[in-house]
Design a protein around this ligand. Structure first.
Ligand code: SAH
Length: 349
């Protein structure tokens, strides 16, 4: 795995097996790799210097040989309402990504980014306004969780890949990240506590199904007809809702994991009772859960939130059809809530 630092190997993206092989090339025993892996992925060391049970000479060699990713927190915003924290991190090459830390009754959850920018072009989203800059490395996805664990001093129990970027557009790095995050030699977060959200890249959903992971797949549906979905999400020009539903069914059949449908409610766009009826029809065909998201207004976009009573009516309509539905609690409303806004505001200042 090549890092951004002059082509040096990105050591934090190596699995324990790969690291063992890599160090063996320099005559190091497997236990050395195990020690180093533990420093990186359990003790969350920020650099080789912290790895005090490795000799100074060895640490210096590693510093010369390898790229060691570490994120710099450029800005941290804390919500006065619910304690949610939003982090703006600078990567080694100067690019920025956002991550969010949320405290729930069942534990702490972190929302991470998977790319710098995004090329999917969803009309309501701030992350895609300037297109895609680059993919994040597995280490850079892990680092968001590691940095937040260090900064908050609290264990992270849930991870959602719902920040900047389309995770299935960075498939190989995402998969490596998932394996390393759930690895018993690392933070060992259960696959069941990991959610990956996608705008709906059908072949990748099918590929992911075949990995037979225990993660939750969330599909950003947002509309119930192809025509309407195309107006909100350019990816809908490529894949129809029927194809998406087939892929979701395949995911469920292959993994036994219930799908989550995400549906952002935008006033006057997709929040009528007719929309709710159609959504219920799709949802009842699959074993799924519907998560309604009040759309987060972005200043470059002209979508507005549905009125509170409309949201409730929409929810009730689904419930009456026997659909399992929640309305996403709006965490951190007072701190540039919608993903991509913090990075954007920083860039444009
Ligand atoms: N690219 C992935 C994950 C990132 S976005 C995806 O499309 O799923 C995470 C979720 O936030 C998606 O459901 C996305 O559609 C939604 N989202 C983006 N901008 C939003 C906004 N302004 N208001 C509400 N939801 C938004």
């Amino acid at each position: 795995m090549q890092g951004s630092d002059g082509g040096k190997t990105d050591v934090k993206s190596l699995s324990l097996k790969e690291l063992t092989e890599e160090l063996a090339r320099y005559g190091e025993k497997p236990f050395r790799a195990k020690q180093m892996y533990e420093w990186m992925h359990v003790k969350l060391a920020r650099d080789f210097e912290e790895m005090t049970n490795l000799s100074k000479a060895f640490r210096e060699q590693c510093g010369q040989r390898y790229h060691y990713t570490a994120l710099e927190a450029v800005q941290v915003q804390e919500s006065q309402i619910d304690g949610t924290k939003k982090f703006l991190f600078r990567l080694a090459d100067g690019n920025m990504v956002e991550s969010v830390w949320m405290r729930y009754k069942h534990g702490n959850s972190v929302c991470i980014s998977s790319q710098v920018g995004c090329r999917m072009g969803c009309r309501f989203c701030a992350s895609t306004l300037d297109g895609l800059e680059r993919n994040l490395l597995p280490s850079e996805m892990l680092d968001q969780i590691y940095a937040i664990t260090r900064l908050t001093g609290e264990r992270v129990s849930n991870v959602v890949v719902m920040g900047i970027g389309e995770p299935l557009d960075n498939y190989d790095n995402l998969l490596k990240f998932i394996h390393m995050l759930t690895d018993e030699n690392g933070l060992h977060i259960s696959g069941r506590n990991l959610t990956v959200s996608t705008c709906g890249i059908v072949p990748r959903i099918r590929q992911l199904a075949e990995e037979k992971l225990q993660i939750t797949l969330a599909l950003s549906l947002h509309a119930t007809t192809d025509e309407k979905r195309r107006r909100l999400m350019p990816v809908a020009n490529k894949y129809s809702i029927a194809e998406l539903m087939d892929a979701c069914k395949y995911y469920f059949d292959s993994t036994g994991r219930r799908i989550t449908f995400e549906y952002a409610l935008a006033g006057g766009v997709n929040d009528s009772l007719e929309d709710a009826k159609e959504l219920a029809a799709f949802a009842s065909e699959l074993c799924c859960h519907v998560n309604l998201i009040p759309v987060n207004p972005v200043k470059e976009r002209d979508f507005v939130q549905s009125e509170a009573n409309k949201t409730q009516d929409f929810k009730m309509k689904l419930e009456r059809s026997g659909i399992n539905v929640t309305v996403r609690r709006e965490m951190g409303r007072d701190i540039d809530g919608a993903c991509g806004q913090l990075r954007r505001n920083y860039k444009n200042n």
